[in-house]
Ligand binder design. Structure first.
Ligand SMILES: [Ca+2]
Ligand SMILES: [Ca+2]
Length: 163
């Protein structure tokens, strides 16, 4: 009886240890414009190296620069330029003590992830309980892309040209 309990315990421990790490960030959208939703999630390649990987194997991975401590944010912000592909916002976890960080907007173009926009952002905002990235980049009623940019100590809502 005792050995059976030990066997179960061992099996439980093995299962617990081999359980896959749940990705911290996982989003759903149509990122390649084939009208089928896929997921995007962070995936550990090795030690400190991470990538953004898709459930659709046709979408190539995006390696997160090792100069960062991975991500603070990964969000689907919708199809800003209305070309059928959802854009992705990412914020890197920068190993510095600065209050300033940047929002990077990526779109999947010509078989690779391309940065279409980058704007400055007050990192403290991210820790506010009502933080929503859709207040920082959005379409206005005229369907123009707007960003809330942190510049000169204040937030400015700006309409900007977008690719
Ligand atoms: Ca798709
Ligand atoms: Ca798009």
């Amino acid at each position: 009886m005792k050995s059976t309990i030990y066997s179960f315990l061992t099996l439980f421990l093995i299962l617990a240890c081999t359980k896959k790490e749940t990705p911290k960030f996982q989003i759903i959208g149509d990122f390649n414009g084939d009208k089928i939703s896929e997921s995007l999630f962070e995936n550990k390649i090795k030690n400190e190296t991470y990538e953004i990987k898709s459930s659709n194997s046709l979408i190539h991975n995006f390696e997160i620069p090792t100069s960062t401590n991975n991500l603070l944010l990964l969000e689907n912000i919708g199809d800003l330029n209305q070309n059928g592909k959802d854009e992705v916002a990412i914020i890197y976890n920068l190993p510095d003590f600065s209050n300033l960080n940047s929002v990077h907007i990526l779109e999947y173009k010509n078989e690779k992830w391309t940065r279409t926009l980058k704007f400055s952002f007050l990192e403290l905002d991210l820790y506010s309980s009502d933080f929503n990235i859709n207040n920082y980049i959005y379409l206005n009623p005229k369907n123009k892309v707007c960003i809330k940019k942190y510049i000169g100590g204040e937030h400015l809502d700006l309409e900007i040209p977008y690719p």
